[in-house]
Design a protein around this ligand. Structure first.
Ligand code: PMP
Length: 284
């Protein structure tokens, strides 16, 4: 069951007019929110980021946070599986094709849910492969815009060689992955690129840094050079759907020992524990 403009319906029944600005211009923003045991994970943070994205494209938020929560919980209740990921999408609505904003046009709001499966344990045990590419996206990557063509093309470069992700380099520095944030480990220090307009402020990125801080894992937030990425002891990927994963092969060369490292193992365990306590907290 999906939600479209105020109504719940099977996805097969959902229709969008061809003049929707999402279709015509990619004029909209989205969020992906995981739900574990049918409880929304870090909802407040996801809704804050949604507001930031809406502000970034000058589109009014159609709902108050409490209203979002009610609708999202209804979607979760109407779909199968205790663990789901919610995709929500807002466009600037339907109007005669013209680049400038239409006046008094209601936004299109679409929400769907899909089963949320953790990465397979074999992949966590072996680590995943990634490639690098130049980050040729726009310079508002902090906005979670639905116009994802550059990300699609960059991710396809990885898919073409059966790699999991494309690690992006801009002006000699690490930004993020095509659909994830990237951390490296050097000499037992976890390094994260600083948030800026050149990367999406990941919700999982924040969780990982909080876990590092509260568990005495040495960490630093600073610019990371391409050569530091290539000489890292570990590379970690984070996202709401992939959680935290080790990258053990980069451009066909082993990362560090070529096996998932110690910091990955610690953070992965801490992440699973954190998830469980969050969900128990909400149930209490
Ligand atoms: N960067 C990009 C470009 C992404 O698309 C995503 C999410 N898929 C992330 C980072 C990770 O963000 P989050 O942890 O909030 O899922």
């Amino acid at each position: 069951m999906i939600y479209l403009n105020g109504k719940f319906m099977p996805i097969e029944d959902a229709c969008i007019p061809v003049l929707d600005r999402g279709f015509i211009f990619g004029d909209g923003v989205y969020e992906v929110i995981p739900a574990y045991s049918r409880k929304l994970f870090r909802l407040a943070e996801h809704l804050d980021r949604l507001q930031h994205s809406l502000d970034g494209i000058r589109l009014k938020n159609p709902f108050q946070n409490e209203e979002w929560k009610t609708i999202l919980e209804q979607i979760i209740a109407q779909n199968e599986g205790d663990d789901q990921y919610i995709y929500l999408h807002i466009t600037r609505g339907v109007a005669k094709r013209d680049h400038a904003f239409p006046v008094n046009v209601p936004p299109t709001v679409f929400i769907m849910s899909n089963p949320l499966l953790p990465p397979p344990s074999e992949l966590l045990a072996s680590g995943a492969s990634a490639i690098t590419a130049l980050d040729n996206r726009w310079i508002r990557c902090d906005v979670k815009a639905i116009s994802l063509l550059p990300n699609v093309l960059l991710r396809q470069l990885a898919a073409d060689v059966r790699a999991l992700e494309t690690v992006l380099i801009r002006d000699g520095f690490l930004t993020e992955g095509a659909a994830s944030n990237i951390f490296i480990v050097k000499d037992k220090v976890l390094l994260a690129p600083p948030k800026s307009h050149l990367m999406l402020p990941g919700i999982t990125y924040d969780v990982v840094l909080e876990l590092a801080a509260s568990n005495q894992i040495p960490h630093e937030i600073r610019e990371i050079t391409e050569s530091e990425v290539r000489n890292a002891d570990e590379i970690l990927l984070t996202s709401s759907t992939k959680e935290i994963m080790p990258i053990t092969l980069l451009d066909n060369k082993p990362v560090g020992s070529g096996k998932p490292g110690e910091i990955f193992a610690r953070l992965h365990t801490l992440y699973q524990h954190y998830k469980a306590t969050q969900m128990r907290g909400q149930l209490a």
